[in-house]
Design a protein around this ligand. Structure first.
Ligand SMILES: [Zn+2]
Length: 221
């Protein structure tokens, strides 16, 4: 399974010595209910045309991204290298730690609150999570959560259509997945040069990140 490397300018460095130990699952469709990835790609790339749809006006100037997007067919795009801090969670807290962007990986799944997610999305999202769990051993299956869990009341996603039971069954059936994800920015560059690196790097062990947060914050998500 290939992963398409794309670029989002909406990322920055994680705090020094930050250990990645959480995955946050999201759902998105643009415009709402449209499962084509074209506008999501434009949004994360900073090229969304605000006049392309009436609902896009409120997205003008919004700077958001995610590390990965899983579409309805199970295709995976990567926008931000894992070691970098993507802007997906916004104001958030998990088990007393704020600023979840600092220490999490964000995965957007194309979907909404009206339609069940596809079997391919359960399978590929689970494979992607298993690969990330290999790289970042502190991510246990209990540390894969929804945006709604880290921003309750503010965010709905991945929402009522996402079956956590189905997802955890899928995850349990996958012992190892070796996806060509980009851990570092240089991985992403070499991957887009068409030499996709295997899932082979390992993050160095380091202490937990503090709650200190870089100045840049996303406005919306
Ligand atoms: Zn979200």
């Amino acid at each position: 399974m290939a992963i398409t490397m794309r670029h989002s300018p909406f990322h920055n460095q994680r705090p020094t010595d930050c250990v990645i130990d959480l995955i946050i699952l999201h759902a998105i469709s643009l415009p709402a209910g449209d499962f084509n990835t074209t506008h999501v790609e434009a949004l994360f790339s900073g090229h969304l045309e605000p006049t392309a749809h009436p609902s896009f006006a409120e997205l003008a100037g919004v700077t958001v991204s995610a590390h990965f997007v899983v579409d309805r067919q199970g295709n995976i795009d990567q926008y931000v290298a894992c070691e970098a801090r993507a802007w997906h969670a916004g104001a958030s807290i998990w088990q007393g730690r704020e600023n979840c962007n600092d220490y999490s990986i964000g995965i957007e799944m194309i979907g909404d609150e009206q339609h069940p997610f596809s079997r391919a999305q359960y399978r590929e999202t689970a494979r992607l999570c298993r690969c990330l769990m290999h790289h970042y051993p502190r991510i246990t299956s209990q540390r894969i959560v929804g945006h709604q869990d880290v921003a309750p009341g503010r965010k709905w996603d991945p929402g009522v259509q996402w079956s956590w039971a189905h997802f955890h069954r899928s995850l349990a059936h996958i012992r190892h997945a070796n996806l060509p994800i980009a851990i570092t920015a240089s991985d992403a560059v070499s991957a887009s040069d068409d030499s996709t690196p295997p899932c082979a790097h390992r993050s160095s062990a380091s202490p937990d990140c503090s709650s200190a947060s870089p100045a840049a914050t996303d406005r919306r998500s």
